[in-house]
Design a protein around this ligand. Structure first.
Ligand SMILES: Nc1ncnc2c1ncn2[C@@H]1O[C@H](COP(=O)(O)OP(=O)(O)OP(=O)(O)O)[C@@H](O)[C@H]1O
Ligand SMILES: [Mg+2]
Length: 360
């Protein structure tokens, strides 16, 4: 007689492809039902790739059949975006979705937010890439602890660097450290296009872009070359940041990028001494804006010394202290973002064929 715990035990030894964590630990096993010697298992996985489901199916059926069970396995997957060739340009067809993280204003914590959302998504079992498209001030190599790593070239192409379980590439890893480059508009477009064409990413569920501040050529170049599935706007609660946030939200609209929501960063300070929360830059000021653009606040991330220390030391807080309150908030942001991605793809994906510089 097969019991549920035996099945659970078998499944907890099945690793999710390309990860070192099992499908049980990820929480992908939704139900296990046993009825007169037959086992029904339902999985819900984040990857839309048929080969991932195929690989899991083969392994699970093989392992469970050793228990002498008749196995019925159902694997739920998100819907793939529509064939991109029919609706605009996608020069990276092996990547299923793209997220642009933007802000109208510099220094609000875009890079920090992008890094921690990317890592939170990977902790939830997504195959993640992170491209530092901030050609003016690339910070991702330091934040991800890869400032001293040299990328590997394969002919004209570049392999991304693996760090903390995700694939990473930055313009900072490609130009000499400390080199100050002066970029003219056309050069920005060319640099972004070249980065998109020359990096050999693996098969990814999602690629996140850390953008330079503002609403300029880099954002336009990206949206013209890829169907950007979702935009995340990072802001701080000061009233003066709100005008810039409006510009950023309008940019998403003009670029036909579905808005996943706003991250209110540096939102309150939780005093480590007494646990009390202080609204240093204010708090909750972004809600009216989210309402106006019919979107949501994805999360409020407090000012926390460990966030800055994590950025400086190359060990982001979601890696250093995955169970702390702030890391939980990043994971909640990642979940809401993922829900938008799944919804947009299920509705057919994004059409970027009409984006013209003049409407931008
Ligand atoms: N919630 C936070 N708590 C504490 N420090 C933070 C927080 N968010 C960001 N920082 C720190 O603030 C500084 C600026 O953050 P970051 O570099 O992520 O901003 P940015 O918007 O990407 O800047 P830029 O516009 O220059 O690209 C960094 O030193 C970072 O560690
Ligand atoms: Mg930055």
């Amino acid at each position: 007689m097969i019991d549920k715990s035996a099945v659970q035990n078998v499944l907890s030894n099945v690793m999710y492809p390309k990860f070192t964590k099992s499908i049980v630990d990820f929480g992908f096993v939704k139900t296990i039902d046993i009825e007169s010697g037959s086992v029904s298992v339902v999985l819900d996985i984040p990857s839309a790739a048929p080969e991932v489901a195929e690989q899991l199916k083969e392994e699970i059926e093989k392992r469970l059949s050793l228990l002498g069970a008749d196995v019925r396995l159902s694997i739920k997957q998100p819907v793939l975006p529509r064939e991109t060739s029919s609706h605009g340009r996608n020069i990276l067809p092996n990547i299923q979705s793209f997220v642009m993280v933007s802000s109208g204003k510099g220094g609000v914590g875009k890079s920090t937010t992008t890094v921690n959302i990317a890592l939170a998504l990977a902790q939830q079992g997504k195959r993640v890439g992170l491209l530092d498209a901030d050609i003016y001030g690339p910070n991702i190599p330091r934040m991800m602890g890869i400032a001293d790593k040299q990328p590997v070239f394969l002919g004209q192409k570049i392999k991304p660097i693996h760090a903390h379980g995700i694939e990473v590439m930055s313009i900072g890893s490609l130009v000499e450290r400390g080199a100050s480059l002066i970029w003219k508009g056309a050069m920005v477009t060319q640099a972004i296009e070249q980065m998109l064409e020359d990096i050999i990413w693996g098969d990814l569920d999602v690629l996140l872009f850390d953008m330079p501040p503002g609403t300029g050529d880099a954002q336009l170049a990206l949206a013209q070359n890829l169907p950007v599935t979702a935009g995340v706007c990072v802001t701080t609660p000061q009233k003066v940041a709100l005008d810039d946030t409006i510009r950023s939200m309008d940019m998403f609209k003009n670029l036909h990028i579905p808005i996943a929501g706003i991250v209110e960063n540096m939102s309150g300070f939780i005093c480590p001494e007494n646990g009390k929360e202080y609204a240093i830059f204010g708090k909750g000021t972004t809600q009216p804006l989210a309402d106006h653009y019919e979107t949501e606040i994805l999360g409020e991330i407090p000012i926390e010394p460990a966030i800055r220390e994590g950025g400086d030391s190359g060990l982001p807080i979601t890696v250093l202290a995955p169970d702390c309150e702030t890391s939980k908030r990043y994971r909640s942001v990642a979940e809401k973002l993922w829900n938008t991605i799944v919804k947009v793809n299920a509705q057919g994906g994004v059409d970027n064929s009409e984006i013209q510089p003049e409407v931008f």
